[in-house]
Write a protein that binds this ligand. Structure first.
Ligand code: ADP
Ligand code: MG
Ligand code: ZN
Length: 496
């Protein structure tokens, strides 16, 4: 009998909601770079006698995300106390949700490993408060080997939405796609900035491996699952899962057993290590928080939130493909973020052909953006200027090479007129005679190529294109490409 080991993956994603203040108090959520323990108050420090007041905006953002993920929104939702002792939690309990979460039963589609769409079910989305942050004095920042630990409560009480998936994910690549889709969605919605490096989107990955009979597919043994933490990028999610699946498979294949445990991803070494066993932990003794009344989500809020949902990424991708005829990959690229989508559509509205606009954005715009470390919003070339430039190329008035030079000038912050002059290009600025003369010069200088073409040595028209390219270069893009081809064909006596 031959065996096959099949991974099973379910993700829990915490996203920090983009509110100005914390979920149960008026403290600022701006904890990054702030002096430790300055954004705190009796409520988020859990001082006796203080009372939490729910931030309405956090509920609205949760509803927004829940609806976008096709969840059912509960009209009565309750906060529970999740009790555990750890110094990052001043109250010794976290206010979270338990059996009555804000949203349940959603779905999202991702590209599967075979390129076909795969449906990943969303179990639930619930709201909770973040914990404080422990800072350990060890060089690697970890608890092990640290002489001292400090605690900073600035992050305590920051609102989170936890999005839990069903174990529908079957590979590290799919897990990465899933996280990317969720991150893109919360960004589109303005629900979170989704920044994994800064910790505003955190992924816990649950993974187990099924041992199956290769031929019948029957599950012979299902290993215990582990939960991996501390992955700070999409790539880390993928690598950590690859490692962990390999490790679990090796244990099972060797006849060993796995332990239900939480493991830490060490990005530098590329391994997961055991943090704590699940057995020892976790009796959270959940009970409804008596200080927070049940939350009523009104029909009005649902209706207005639903109406205010933006066009979602997958809808935008479909529309870009259908309306503009973009290939799937281009459509996905143009819809990747809202600022890029906006830029692309403004370019098209300004008269550029969609395909060429997409091409320019993918290559030139992104190249310059990366080089200069700019965001789309801060990009110096206005879409209207790029549209004019692309239209010139579309109309054969400017060669791509010269257009790139013009674009480089635009990216320096110059006007289109200025940039055209600097690159020595005045579109279509050459007279017919001047172009004819240039053709003459090129034909004269390339007698061997001309001979070959005339004696039928250019069935695919590659050589004539080569000559056209030489003329265009000579003309610095100021000749009309179609006109140049026409002249060349006439002069070479070839009817095509
Ligand atoms: P816990 O209470 O330990 O967090 P949950 O039942 O809430 O456990 O599940 C947490 C996550 O684990 C979910 O994303 C779920 O899809 C995933 N999960 C559940 N069973 C498995 C399994 N056998 N293998 C991998 N992931 C799993
Ligand atoms: Mg869990
Ligand atoms: Zn506070």
């Amino acid at each position: 009998m031959t065996f096959r080991y099949i991974p099973v993956i379910g993700l829990e994603i915490h996203v920090q909601l983009s509110t100005a203040t914390k979920i149960f108090c008026p403290c600022s959520t701006d904890y990054i770079g702030a002096e430790p323990n300055t954004n705190v108050c009796p409520v988020c420090l859990g001082l006796p006698g203080s009372l939490p007041v729910l931030n309405k905006r956090a509920v609205e953002l949760g509803v927004r995300a829940g609806l976008a993920l096709s969840c059912a929104i509960r009209n009565h939702t309750v906060f529970h106390r999740k009790n555990y002792f750890y110094p990052d939690l001043p109250k010794a309990y976290q206010i979270s949700q338990y059996d009555l979460p804000l949203a349940e039963g959603g779905e999202i589609f991702i590209p599967g490993d075979d390129g076909r769409p795969r449906r990943i079910r969303i179990t639930r989305l619930h709201l909770e408060e973040d914990a404080g942050k422990l800072v350990h004095s060890a060089a690697d920042g970890r608890l092990e080997g640290a002489a001292l630990s400090f605690v900073d409560y600035n992050r305590g009480g920051v609102p989170l939405a936890e999005i839990v998936s069903e174990p529908d994910i079957t590979s590290p690549g799919e897990a990465r796609e899933y996280v990317a889709r969720i991150r893109q969605t919360v960004r589109y919605l303005g629900v979170s900035d989704g920044d994994m490096e800064r910790g505003s989107l955190r992924v816990d990955a649950n993974v187990s491996v099924k041992k199956t009979d290769e031929t019948s597919g029957e599950v012979l043994y299902w290993g215990e699952r582990t939960e991996i933490k501390n992955m700070n990028s999409l790539r880390a999610v993928e690598r950590a899962l690859q490692y962990e699946i390999r490790r679990q498979t090796a244990v099972l294949a060797g006849g060993g057993a796995l332990e239900r445990e939480t493991r830490h991803w060490n990005d530098g070494e590329g391994v997961t290590t055991s943090m704590r066993s699940k057995e020892a932990a976790n009796d959270y003794r959940y009970f409804p928080d008596p200080d927070i009344p049940p939350i009523v989500v009104t029909e009005e809020l649902l209706e207005s939130t639903r109406n205010a949902l933006p066009e979602l990424p997958w809808a935008k991708e479909r529309r870009f493909a259908e309306e503009y005829g973009l290939p799937e990959a281009d459509a996905a690229f143009m819809a990747e973020s809202l600022p890029v989508a906006l830029y692309f559509e403004e370019c098209v509205a300004g008269g550029a052909s969609p395909l060429r606009a997409a091409n320019w954005i993918r290559t030139e715009v992104f190249r310059v953006m990366n080089e200069k470390g700019l965001s789309m919003d801060a990009f110096p070339v206005k879409p209207s200027a790029l549209a004019e430039l692309v239209a010139l190329v579309d109309g054969g008035k400017l060669s791509t090479t010269v257009a790139r030079e013009v674009f480089a000038c635009l990216a320096e912050g110059r006007s289109l007129k200025d940039a055209l002059e600097t690159a020595g290009a005045s579109p279509g600025g050459l007279s017919a005679e001047e172009v004819e003369q240039m053709v003459d010069q090129v034909l004269l200088a390339n007698g061997d190529v001309v001979e070959e073409i005339r004696s039928g040595g250019d069935p695919k028209g590659k050589k004539i294109k080569f000559l056209a390219g030489l003329v265009m270069r000579k003309a610095r893009g100021q000749a009309d490409a179609a006109a140049v081809s026409g002249i060349l064909e006439r002069r070479l006596g070839e009817e095509r």
